[in-house]
Ligand binder design. Structure first.
Ligand SMILES: Nc1ncnc2c1ncn2[C@@H]1O[C@H](COP(=O)(O)OP(=O)(O)OP(=O)(O)O)[C@@H](O)[C@H]1O
Ligand SMILES: [Mg+2]
Length: 296
């Protein structure tokens, strides 16, 4: 059974004079054990989808399920941790109280040790007793993530968890996501930060205008972002090789070839009995791929 199933969600928001179609048949599954990246431009419908999965908004039609339970049933939320896009927490609570309060909502009474552990992991140990109204944006993101984890959920749903974080914060979050995933936690997160998605996701779904436009697994992400290969060879001089090779040090030459030309290039090198030292992919940004897809 899928961790999350989203089936043909449609949602139109009614504003005074106009109607905004936020979702237009949004359909995808998040498999158990994945780190699933939900990527799309502003207004694509990411947060609306997440709000329907967490039952903060009801769909006009279609359904969402968590662990096979309809999202409109409160039991669906028993095993999830959720961090909203623009968290509004009770700002008179201290960081520590916020974590204990979150834990108590899931029935955890004795969460103090776990709370201190998380405060330390997220670099908030000195602010444990400081009220949230004195926290910076990045500190709120950190406490929000810790609060989503305190009850050890099986599924984490995070709406742009890393926006507003400094590079160290992003590193802490990514490390934690990978660690949790190794322990079996399924992670579903939306983001605009393409390198972060590239770093940690085993699957990426790209959405636009309220529906899915592309669905890539890890291997496809790697293939899409590879534009060619850099081959390093030895002792190529005097072999009549004419492949635009550049000498990079004594007797070592670098040849660049297009993605579709690797086999031909390797066969030519083999025919000439040229020794291959190394083959590395030449990468282009997922950002470029993303823009190509959205324009196509
Ligand atoms: N409560 C609402 N009332 C009216 N329109 C809304 C409401 N919530 C969302 N929308 C509209 O629905 C569309 C999808 O919004 P949504 O917040 O789901 O996008 P998003 O992909 O999360 O974008 P972003 O990357 O900017 O967070 C937008 O056009 C937005 O203006
Ligand atoms: Mg959003």
């Amino acid at each position: 059974m899928e961790a999350i199933k989203v089936d043909n969600l449609k949602k139109t928001f009614k504003l005074k004079l106009k109607q905004v179609k936020a979702l237009d048949g949004m359909t995808f599954n998040v498999n158990r054990g994945e780190i699933f990246g939900f990527l799309g431009p502003n207004g694509a419908g990411k947060s609306t989808t997440i709000k329907i999965i967490t039952d903060l908004v009801r769909a006009d039609s279609g359904s969402a399920y968590i662990n096979g339970i309809p999202s409109t049933n409160h039991k669906a939320r028993a095993d999830i941790g959720f961090m909203p896009e623009n968290p509004q927490y009770y700002d008179t609570l201290t960081g520590l109280d916020m974590l204990l309060f979150s834990a108590s909502m899931f029935g955890y009474k004795d969460a103090k040790t776990q709370a201190y552990k998380l405060l330390e992991e997220f670099g908030l140990e000195d602010s444990a007793k400081v009220p949230l109204r004195k926290y910076s944006k990045g500190m709120i993101q950190r406490i929000g993530f810790a609060a989503a984890l305190i009850h050890k959920p099986d599924i984490l749903i995070l709406d742009e968890p890393m926006s507003g974080l400094d590079p160290i914060g992003r590193m802490i979050f990514k490390k934690k996501m990978k660690e949790l995933n190794r322990q079996g936690v399924t992670i579903f997160f939306s983001s605009h930060i393409i390198p972060d998605i590239e770093d940690i996701c085993s699957r990426v779904v790209i959405v636009k205008d309220g529906k899915v436009v592309k669905d890539f697994n890890e291997v496809e992400i790697k293939y899409l972002t590879t534009s060619g290969f850099e081959i390093v060879v030895k002792n190529a001089s005097g072999t009549g090789l004419d492949m635009g090779e550049k000498e990079i040090s004594k007797n070592l030459y670098r040849i660049d070839c297009d993605k579709g030309n690797l086999i031909n290039t390797l066969e030519l090198l083999k025919d000439k009995r040229i020794e291959i030292i190394d083959i590395e992919p030449i990468k282009k940004d997922l950002e470029d791929v993303f823009i190509e897809i959205l324009n196509g």
